[in-house]
Design a protein around this ligand. Structure first.
Ligand code: FAD
Length: 517
């Protein structure tokens, strides 16, 4: 059946929790954890992986890792720690795929919950009028895609990379080239099951426990652990027409991007990226794209110039190929890109969505995947994007970049403002992502310190020029900065923290609240 059973926890299992010792330092908390009777288990050694993340710069070792087999394991463990009160510094971090950047999924001397181990619920797909999938919070998006495709269905909104967990991306937003049309992933969820910082298991949605539902979406893991999510689906296309074109002028580039996102009938995916000081660019594209005009494309030289690539995709099924080609031609004819730089490709839907995995494999083979990633992600209001581009691409980064720089607008009319996500206060905002890597051998301008200095300069510019920018995947060192980040949403955020995680047990790696305060 498509009606999922509400998880009713058997209360006598809670009662079975052992008595809590009178003085709660970390070592007797650990000892008392061992006495819990669970479906899964704790590991107290060989937990180094839980002190690592994709950012590869912050390494805080936990005292234990919980490998939960059931929601009960998570709720009874947190309930047990909650019962010890606020006196100890013992904290708990849910760890999805550990692809955060600055230790956000780590818990120094605390407990990490290995969410990928939570395999209690299979992916359950319901194909009705409003199709959906019920998935574990520790499930990888690639698995959600593979399973839903078996039913001819797919989630609507994505991230560029699919080896991330559902709970991990829903704790931020989940933004990619479909977000202009469908909103981010947090706006494509019907229902959540959450274990709060008190150990309660609560089902929430727009209509049921709505405050918790909106708190958790984009909530940086502060209010509860997402153990299950009901993801909205749509019919899956079989194929994707994938297109890239270049601009040498930022104004035409951004004007065309904004023109495209204004229409629901243009493309299904719209992104873009900046190319600084690259040679032989179009030759690299030829391995996966075909130039529309091979002769003119071969005469195009990118050398030295800053270029802007608009990337678009149109979904289709083989029997609709003619209509799709006509639509594509029509929309492309409205754009002002450099004509010789039109490159096209047709790939399967799966191949398109899983495109970053191919880059991952190549980088892994060269030992360049598990390196420090000093990423910086920003949301910039449309009214300030030209100033931003001029200063950042024309001045701060004018000689090179150390990885892709994504830049694309989204229309916030599709975004639900009730979630915890913080965005600039305009209808159209740009996501700008500096996805830098610092290879171990890199020094000088490609070295880690230099990239961090560059990031700092970009942030300083945003502040001094009063751009109204917000960090996405935010990272701050002080509560003062967090307050400024949340702005008018801070009070609600703080109130929700007191309601759902009053002892600040959860997600210590975000550095927003400190246990015991
Ligand atoms: P983790 O790093 O394990 O956790 C992140 C945070 O969420 C931690 O605070 C953790 O405690 C908390 N958390 C984890 N699981 C749960 C849960 N079940 N319940 C509550 N809290 C939880 N983001 C985008 O929006 N768009 C993109 O296109 C995009 N592309 C990316 C590409 C790559 C290669 C990488 C490395 C990251 C990308 N991201 C993107 C960022 C990504 O969405 C976040 O880093 C996300 O948190 C990673 O998921 P994870 O499962 O690894 O989370």
């Amino acid at each position: 059946s498509c009606i999922p059973e509400r998880i009713e926890l058997c209360s006598n299992r809670f009662l079975a929790a052992p008595p809590v010792p009178p003085h709660f330092n970390s070592s007797n908390i650990l000892l008392s954890l061992e006495t819990l009777s669970l479906d899964g288990y704790f590991s107290f050694e060989n937990n180094q992986y839980a002190a690592k993340d994709f950012g590869n710069r912050y390494h805080f070792l936990p005292s234990a890792v919980l490998h939960p087999k059931s929601v009960y394991d998570i709720s009874s463990t947190i309930k047990h720690i909650f019962q010890m009160g606020s006196g100890s510094e013992f904290t708990v971090a849910a760890r999805g795929h550990g692809h955060s950047l600055q230790g956000q999924a780590q818990a120094h001397r605390g407990l990490v919950i290995n969410m990928e181990f939570l395999q209690e619920q299979e992916i359950k797909v319901c194909s009705g009028e409003l199709p959906y999938a019920d998935v574990s919070g520790g499930q990888l998006w690639i698995n959600v895609l593979l399973e839903t495709l078996r039913y001819g269905l797919t989630p609507k909104s994505w991230t560029d990379y699919l080896y991330l967990t559902v709970g991990g991306t829903l704790s931020y937003a989940g933004i990619s080239g479909q977000a202009f049309k469908h909103g981010p992933q947090i706006n494509n969820v019907y229902q959540l099951q959450v274990v709060t910082g008190k150990g309660e298991v609560i089902t929430c949605s727009e209509d049921q426990n709505a405050d918790l539902f909106y708190a958790v979406l984009g909530g940086l893991g502060q209010f509860g652990i997402i153990t299950r999510a009901r993801i909205s689906l749509e019919p899956a296309p079989k194929m994707v027409k994938w297109i890239r074109v270049l601009y040498s002028d930022f104004s035409s580039f951004s004007q065309d991007q904004e023109h495209l996102i204004a229409s629901q009938n243009s493309f299904d995916y719209i992104e873009g990226f900046v190319i600084i000081n690259r040679t032989g660019l179009l030759n690299n594209w030829r391995s996966s794209f075909d130039p529309k005009d091979p002769i003119r494309a071969s005469q195009f030289s990118s050398d030295g110039r800053t270029l802007y690539c608009l990337e678009m995709a149109m979904y289709f099924n083989p029997h609709d190929a003619d209509i799709m080609n006509q639509n594509t031609e029509r929309v492309l004819s409205e754009l002002n890109f450099i004509p010789s730089t039109l490159f096209l490709s047709e790939v399967s839907y799966l191949e398109f969505l899983n495109r970053v995995h191919i880059s991952e494999r190549k980088l892994r083979a060269k030992g360049l995947w598990e390196v420090p990633h000093p990423w910086l992600n920003l949301l910039i209001p449309k009214s300030k994007i030209h100033n931003f581009a001029q200063e950042v691409f024309g001045n701060i980064l004018n000689y090179s970049s150390n990885g892709p720089i994504l830049i694309y607008p989204v229309n916030k009319s599709k975004w639900n403002n009730k979630t915890s996500l913080v965005t600039p206060d305009e209808d159209i905002i740009y996501l700008v992502a500096f996805l830098s890597s610092a290879a171990p051998s890199s020094t000088g301008k490609d070295g880690l310190e230099n990239i961090l200095t560059q990031n700092k300069r970009i942030l300083e510019y945003c502040a001094t020029a009063h751009l109204g920018a917000k960090q996405y995947l935010p990272h701050y060192s002080t509560q003062e900065e967090w307050r400024a980040h949340f702005g008018s949403k801070w009070q609600v955020f703080q109130k929700r923290k007191s309601a759902y995680d009053p002892f600040a047990i959860l997600a210590p790696g975000q550095g927003i609240f400190q246990k015991g305060n």
